[in-house]
Write a protein that binds this ligand. Structure first.
Ligand SMILES: Nc1nc2c(ncn2[C@@H]2O[C@H](COP(=O)(O)OP(=O)(O)O)[C@@H](O)[C@H]2O)c(=O)[nH]1
Ligand SMILES: [Mg+2]
Length: 357
């Protein structure tokens, strides 16, 4: 499951964005402390999957999906006071979508009394950094203790110390962790910690219908998208032709914001898409970039990972080019057998050979 957390101040447009991206789903509601979470699964548009399915004609087509969570109920007490529950929920997400309010509306008061997207963005970033700095300093204190006790091999502790000191320095210079150059091993070391400024983040600036995009100093390493969300939701109810006409009249790009958002998310998530096909289903899967064939097998079924023998691999592009003729793909040398450590590439079609039981 790949989780996308939508967060931001009250009345910034989070639920409007959630409705837009889920095409009006209610979402399953849960509570966590003062927070109310609405969760819904959104299939990812994938022209490559559509083409494969047309060729193979399996009974079902199963797209990869993102799980969106609308995180409501967070009210900023005052800058620099991060609420624990929000940190915990955001910590479980794979990508963060921060909604920042730029629209003004007399009937919808801003919780801080005035519309100021630059302020709201800077406050949130400051809270991220402050919380992360606390986490890092707690870890450093712990590592010093471990070193005195000799609890683990010294080199191991020193390697971790070196990394956490680097993180500490970055945050003291107000640089978010997402802007650091970290090796895969270092990222793996940081897996268990809640470090929000390390997470990929997309900022959605919610404009009024007639607004020009404001000039905003953007935190390093985040992707920004601008849209009048309430208007986008209204336009999403129209027929495609009507919508196109209205979009032009409002000076909006022809492509619906929903599509632009899903594509941007797909871009900042560090994942590849691979495919499986049989007569029953043609299916797309998301896998963290750099994952191996046996990890891909484990995503499909734990038995496949346990009994993994080999993976048959062919690129979707080659299969489509060959009109689904496997013999042609083979004759072009595009079909190959791989072992468990093969790094799965975006667009691979996998067939896992495994031993049952
Ligand atoms: N004018 C205007 N109103 C909006 C826009 N986006 C949201 N709203 C309104 O602001 C209110 C709060 O929006 P909502 O999505 O519920 O915000 P949330 O508290 O962040 O979930 C609702 O009444 C929305 O209709 C927008 O782009 N323009
Ligand atoms: Mg809401």
């Amino acid at each position: 499951m790949t989780a996308v957390g939508i967060f931001g101040l009250p009345a910034s447009g989070k639920s409007t964005l959630f409705r837009l991206v889920t095409e009006g789903k209610e979402g399953a509601v849960t509570h966590e402390g003062p927070l109310t979470l609405a969760t819904a699964v959104v299939p990812l548009p994938d022209p490559r999957l559509d083409a494969l399915h047309r060729l193979v004609q399996s009974r079902r087509k199963v797209p990869a999906s993102l799980t969106f969570v609308d995180i409501g109920g967070y009210a900023q007490a005052r800058p620099g006071r991060f609420l624990g529950p929000l940190r915990n929920v955001l910590g479980r997400m794979d990508v963060l979508v921060q909604v920042v309010r730029a629209f003004d509306h007399p009937q919808v008061p801003h919780p801080l009394g005035s519309v100021d997207p630059a302020r709201d963005l800077a406050n949130m970033e400051a809270e991220f950094l402050l919380g992360d700095l606390e986490t890092v300093e707690r870890r450093l204190a712990r590592l010093t203790e471990e070193r005195q006790k000799g609890a683990r091999p010294r080199e191991e502790i020193e390697r971790e110390q070196e990394l956490f000191v680097r993180l500490q320095r970055a945050m003291q210079e107000e640089r978010p962790l997402r802007a650091l150059d970290l090796s895969p091993e270092e990222r793996a070391l940081l897996q268990g910690f809640t470090l929000l400024s390390l997470k990929p983040m997309l900022v959605v600036v919610n404009l009024g219908d007639e607004d020009e995009p404001p000039n905003l100093p953007l935190p390093p390493g985040v992707v920004r998208l601008d849209a009048p969300l309430a208007l986008e939701w209204e336009l999403a109810q129209l027929s495609p032709d009507e919508a196109l006409e209205m979009r032009a009249a409002y000076g909006l790009p022809p492509r619906a914001f929903r599509e632009a958002l899903l594509e941007a998310l797909r871009g900042i998530l560090d994942v590849v898409v691979f495919y499986t096909m049989n007569e029953r289903e043609t299916r797309a899967w998301l896998l963290p970039r750099g994952s191996t064939a046996v990890e891909a097998a484990g995503l499909i079924h734990t038995d496949m990972a346990r009994g993994f023998i080999r993976a048959e691999v062919m690129p979707a592009a080659a299969f489509l080019q060959a009109q689904g003729d496997r013999a042609v793909v083979r004759s072009q040398g595009a079909w190959h057998l791989e072992g468990r450590d093969y790094i799965v590439q975006d667009g691979d079609i996998l067939y896992i050979r495994f031993q049952k039981g």
